[in-house]
Design a protein around this ligand. Structure first.
Ligand SMILES: [Mg+2]
Length: 171
């Protein structure tokens, strides 16, 4: 498996797209913090035709809002069995395991991390998750870990420099 073959990045939400904290208001409504730089990375990835999807064990309006904002149409929430949801997604898309990267942070992510071609754990993830992962990010969940992986994929596919030149001039 090589990072240059990745066609789909699947993300867990809590602890990966966020730092794992959930803020409740006095009515029980949930607030989450997402990272703007992660969002930019996701958009650049999708611009290059690499799809991004979300599989979350919890259900949250904030996740739905964030997905919509970024143009992520693959969104599965309240998922008990992440592996079977994953199988449905890649079968529909005609992809194979080696074309998929999954990012997780905690124990429930381990079964799916064992299926995909390239599994990533966030720096502040569970030690058991990090032991299973092909790659452990330098950045923490909700604090640039997703952006780090987006850049890693785009650079491995020789797309990063062209994207930078196109949007931001030579850097
Ligand atoms: Mg999580």
């Amino acid at each position: 498996m090589q990072v240059k073959d990745i066609r789909l990045l699947i993300l867990d939400v809590d602890g990966v797209m966020t730092d794992g904290r959930i803020i409740y208001d006095d009515k029980g409504g949930e607030l989450k913090c997402f990272d703007v730089k992660d969002g930019q990375g996701i958009k650049l990835l999708m611009e290059e035709g690499i799809e991004v999807g979300i599989i979350s064990g919890r259900v949250s309006g904030a996740s739905e809002y964030r997905a919509r904002e970024l143009g992520i149409s693959i969104l599965h929430q309240r998922v008990d069995d992440k592996v079977s949801t994953y199988r449905k997604i890649i079968d529909e898309k005609g992809l194979v395991d080696d074309q998929v990267c999954y990012m997780g942070d905690d124990l429930a992510d381990i079964p799916l991390m064992r299926e995909v071609g390239f599994s990533v754990a966030v720096a502040d993830g569970s030690q058991y998750v990090k032991e299973v992962a092909d790659y452990v990010t330098v950045k923490n969940g909700g604090n640039g870990a997703v952006r780090e992986v987006c850049e890693l994929i785009l650079k491995a596919q020789d797309k990063w420099d062209t994207l930078m030149e196109k949007h931001f001039g030579s850097i």
